[in-house]
Design a protein around this ligand. Sequence first.
Ligand code: SF4
Ligand code: SF4
Length: 193
Amino acid sequence: MAAYSPLADELHGLLPQTQCTRCGYDGCRPYAEAIAAGVADINRCPPGGETTLQRLAALTGRPAKPLDPECGEAGPPRVALIDPSRCIGCARCLPPCPVDAIVGAQRQLHVVLDDLCTGCELCIAPCPVDCITLVPRAAQAPRSPEPAAADNLRRYDAHRTRRERREAERLALLAERKARAARLSTRGSDGAA
Ligand code: SF4
Ligand code: SF4
């Protein structure tokens, strides 16, 4: 993690917190830090669109040039939609969703909560049956506004904390199993001697 930078903090506050990685960085925070460090340009955030671009330009004093096509296009807000007739309930779409907008259990139908979905697309590639598509938010959820950036960030932090905890638990269990196996094999070789 880069050293603390007040500019990175301010830039981070201007980003939409969709954590979609389309900027080429591992989330909105690393992108903000890269802009502050002068290693990334300000035109790499499609979900933020023209509004975010202008705000980043105003804060950094850099020229607001067109969005980098390498990062994809800005567009109307979209949400993910799971085709219920094809979902096999494998749960592979749950871990990549940075804001926990998908609900479901093993071998059960999974559903996207439109109010929480940021349209980041991160759930699409892991789905083994390609049953997730992105649809215009206006068509799918006309009454639900885009989730606020602050809510996205709160959910992303909770999601990341939980995943880090689970990973730590998994590694601890692995280490414990290895230690037990080593003890058993030592006891076995002592018994044979
Ligand atoms: S449901 Fe899919 S598109 Fe929506 S926020 Fe989660 S990962 Fe992104
Ligand atoms: S990855 Fe696809 S098939 Fe698996 S639970 Fe999610 S939507 Fe259903």
